[in-house]
Design a protein around this ligand. Structure first.
Ligand SMILES: C[S@@+](CC[C@H](N)C(=O)[O-])C[C@H]1O[C@@H](n2cnc3c(N)ncnc32)[C@H](O)[C@@H]1O
Length: 248
């Protein structure tokens, strides 16, 4: 589930004063909040399938919901990276690994989903990079990398793990002092043609372009010891948010 959903779910659950499961139970949940939480759980299911059983459709779906802008949105993070070795957490189908290798970085892929990993591996093989770029698998909550071993971590369109305290602690442990965690949580379509307006609406109803998501991100990363800033990158038909968290 995209990170803004986590915040939405937390707020809704807090207002209701009850748990997510209780809210789904017709005898305890009530009215529009119950409907909201049911919708959120359906969206969760959709995203779970997209990252696993339907991973082979991911590139097409991301292209469609962004009206062809997904790759530009991902690339908006590149200028903020540091050093050469970059751990891409939740690398998905691996496109950014190819981009980073082309720019002279030494990327390492890391993702939870074996199905996404298979798609990424096929792309690396097609570019003769399968032996140069390691693809690793696991949960961001427990990164299999030594402390202070990397100058940069990248994550584009991560799910809610990006605000989990255990993950932020892992990022802090693995990144070198002066190193950065760079992530792209969200983008907003600003183009005015019909397709762009439709994509803007789709992003809004699926929680992809929440406008007030940054403060919870900032607080959690600042508490862990990062200096956090939000960069906004303006493209011809969209605006991309890039969060840069520097380990002090
Ligand atoms: C929205 S996709 C983003 C993929 C890619 N970065 C992109 O920009 O298209 C989210 C990815 O996060 C991965 N993921 C979800 N939870 C994770 C976790 N706890 N640890 C590592 N990867 C995770 C999923 O398998 C999926 O590939």
């Amino acid at each position: 589930m995209p990170a803004p959903f986590l915040i939405l779910e937390e707020i809704a659950t807090e207002w209701m004063g009850t748990s997510f499961d209780a809210a789904r139970n017709p005898s305890t949940g009530s009215g529009c909040f119950r409907d909201l939480l049911i919708m959120l759980s359906l969206l969760r299911l959709f995203f779970r399938l997209l990252y696993h059983e339907f991973a082979f459709t991911y590139d097409w779906v991301s292209w469609f919901v962004s009206m062809g802008q997904w790759r530009s949105w991902q690339r908006a993070a590149l200028p903020y990276l540091r050093g050469r070795r970059v751990l891409e957490v939740a690398d998905g189908t691996g496109d950014m690994l190819l981009d980073m290798a082309a720019l002279g970085f030494e990327p390492i892929g890391f993702d939870l989903s074996p199905q996404m990993g298979r798609v990424a591996r096929r792309k690396l093989r097609a570019h003769h990079l399968a032996t140069r770029i390691p693809l690793t698998r696991g949960q961001a909550q427990a990164l299999p990398f030594a402390s202070a071993s990397l100058p940069a971590i990248l994550s584009t369109f991560p799910t809610e793990f990006i605000v989990a305290p255990a993950v932020i602690a892992e990022f802090y442990r693995v990144v070198q002092p002066g190193g950065v965690v760079v992530f792209v949580p969200s983008a907003q379509i600003t183009g005015l043609n019909f397709a762009d307006r439709f994509a803007h609406w789709l992003f809004r109803v699926t929680g992809q372009s929440a406008s007030d998501w940054f403060e919870p991100f900032r607080q959690r990363y600042a508490q862990a010891g990062f200096a956090v800033r939000l960069e906004t990158v303006t493209l011809p038909r969209s605006v991309v948010a890039v969060v840069v968290a520097e380990k002090k």
